[in-house]
Design a protein around this ligand. Structure first.
Ligand code: IVH
Length: 333
């Protein structure tokens, strides 16, 4: 390496690329490709280059994950597309009722139910986030808030290692909004509470409160140290994707998000009928207890995006999706 500025910028780009790939391999795929010591050496090399020439700093550099200074507060941001919540069903009988009204809205007789496929996903018990990427770069992370407006917590969102600061694609869409759930794995939640109790601070009641409280911390260094994770579940392409392939179904949208570098929950399933939806729900009532994070139901979505569009929304929720909830666990007194 020489001191010629052009090669510093080439070296910085190379380091960013290698560090980003190593970070995704480690945090998303659980398959490290670099020794920790090598990662640290390359990271420090990049930091030194950037300190020597700050013009080399770009927003998606791995060094920018950690806010250097605490924020003074969060700005309120209106969501371009509101974050709707889901209607709930608490039994398979309620699920069947939902299907009948869905078919009616789609102009289908109950006998034509096979015209609709569903995707079942697990309902992750965390805190919803809306992430904006412009020309492939993460530019904004906003909380759900009241669904119309949330808080701009971009500096905190950047510390979440299971989401990309730059999309893994050569020709990114001009704008993409990814929605998903930030959550704390159970083991991390327990560690945080142990540390809080040891420091004489009150413990968080559950991982969801802990995740929501963490996202609204003013000091992003605290956020970085509590290892939040993120599962992506909704893809919005408000300006389309010239040069990209537009998904036509929710299942394809999940695959697209995965290929862009997001963690997408692997326990998703295409269900050709509501009977398979019921089977998914019942199977996961037991199996979810073996997962290292909290879930509180299944989210059932119409798979085809054109059918979603046709079904539309009520005042507060989509008609094409429903949350099928597990009964709340008894809290031991
Ligand atoms: S879809 C309009 N999918 O559950 C579509 N939501 O009210 C709305 N959630 O706060 C969301 N896991 O944050 C969707 N796989 C999943 C989800 C999920 C958890 C949360 C979401 C929202 C609540 C539903």
């Amino acid at each position: 390496m020489t001191d010629v500025p052009e090669s510093s910028s080439q070296r910085a780009a190379e380091l960013r690329r290698v560090l980003q790939a190593a970070s995704i391999a480690y945090h998303v795929h659980d398959a490290p490709v670099l020794e920790d010591s090598v990662y640290d050496r390359l990271y420090r090399e990049l930091q030194t280059l950037e300190q020597t020439d700050p013009s080399l700093i770009v927003p998606d550099s791995p060094t920018q994950r950690v806010g250097e200074r605490p924020a003074v507060g969060f700005e309120s941001v209106t969501h371009a597309i509101p974050l709707f919540s889901l209607d709930n069903a608490f039994s398979l009988a309620e699920l069947h009722k939902w299907e009948i009204s869905l078919l009616r809205v789609l102009g289908l007789e109950p006998s034509a139910a096979s015209a609709v496929d569903y995707v079942c996903e697990l309902k992750i018990d965390g805190s919803a986030l809306a992430l904006t990427y412009e020309n492939g770069i993460l530019t904004r992370g906003v909380t759900r808030g009241d669904g119309r407006a949330g808080e701009d917590i971009t500096s905190n969102v950047r510390t979440i290692r299971t989401l990309p600061l730059r999309l893994h694609v050569d020709a990114p869409p001009p704008v993409v909004e990814i929605r998903g759930e930030a959550y704390l794995p159970d083991a991390e939640f327990e560690r945080i509470n142990r540390d809080r109790l040891a420091a004489g601070e009150p413990a968080f009641a559950n991982p969801r409160n802990c995740a929501a409280g963490t996202l609204r911390q003013l000091d992003s260094r605290v956020v970085r140290d509590r290892k939040l994770q993120f599962f992506a579940y909704t893809l919005h392409l408000p300006q389309g994707w010239p040069g990209g392939t537009l998904p036509t179904s929710q299942l394809e949208a999940l695959d697209v998000m995965q290929s862009l570098g997001f963690a997408v929950n692997p326990h998703r399933e295409l269900c050709p009928s509501i009977r398979e939806v019921g089977a998914f729900f019942e199977r996961w009532d037991g199996d979810r207890k073996t997962l290292p994070y909290q879930t509180d139901g299944a989210v059932v979505k119409v798979n085809q995006l054109n059918q979603q569009e046709e079904a539309g929304f009520t005042q507060r929720s989509p008609r094409w999706a429903i949350a099928l909830k597990y009964p709340a666990e008894e809290v031991p007194s």
